[in-house]
Design a binder for this molecule. Sequence first.
Ligand SMILES: [Zn+2]
Length: 354
Amino acid sequence: MTATFSRQQMTATALIGTGLARRSRQKRVGDACILTFHGVCASGEDAGLLDASLHTPQKFFHELCAHLAKNYRVLPLDVISRMLTRNEPLPDRVVALTFDDGYESNYRLAYPALREFELPATIFLCTGFIDGTVQPWFTQLEVAMARATVRQIEIQIGAVPLRFSTATQTERATALPTVLRAFKQLPQSAVAENLNRLVKALQPVLDGNIPAPLRPMNWKQARELRDSGLINFGAHTHTHPILGRCTTEVARHEIFHSRDRISTELGAAPALFAYPNGHAYDYNADTKHLLQEAGFRAAFTMIPGRALPDTDPCELPRYGSPESLQQAEATVSGAFETFKAWRQRMRRAFSPSM
Ligand SMILES: [Zn+2]
């Protein structure tokens, strides 16, 4: 995480310093940049987390909103999706803001900044989380690891043998990505059993409370956001499984049930969907077919890239959340993409000919 961040940060600084970001912003037309956030975190609230990267600091989020409002055209994702579907030309400098899962911090900390700058956003709800009946498996895992009382774990998760130290918060935080990766390779039907086994081995002190950034919003708050006219809601399954690792039956239930819970609670069926985890192997042709059958117009991945009129509407790309204004500008302006294309051209030009 840190290594990736600092490498990206260095590239971003260079792209801005050389003026490439400014030129990209001026030249880039006809595509949309869709940013993905999860939670927003007030100062000091990240103390109980092992991985704060999913929870954008509130102060930075406010600065980012100010920057986007001044320099870009932030449109509702629903509007962008319709324009792409109809093959209508997008205006230049188009950005959309999205939030996954439905954290309470979206309501408490992100919405005030969005309202101040009149920026629309879409929140993709994991409906069981909002119902208060589901705690997504990855947050259960993070909380159990953060509160472990044993010093060392040796456990087999699916095909992956794991051995890690849990003596300090730093060691637990270091181990977390490896443990998450092992869980993401499991078939969905094996997640609960493996999670129970790991939690038992960790012997965590669980008091029923979870850190504030990991708490869900409720339906009343979602209705208030809907009524503001700025916030639109999409679906993100009911229990947050990786759909590509589910049977068709389970994937169908997750997609249809999350659609129906949103229809019941918010009065309209959602047209947009975001894949949990969202990488290439996290959904498949079956998943896309089910989404179309359930009446979704568009679905969003976590594969970085620009959304264009000829992009598959069930595989619209999104960028992760930036961690600095420079990273945000290099991403949103398209400078990262311009740089990537230039690097590929150079590699081809200098690779030995066959
Ligand atoms: Zn999610």
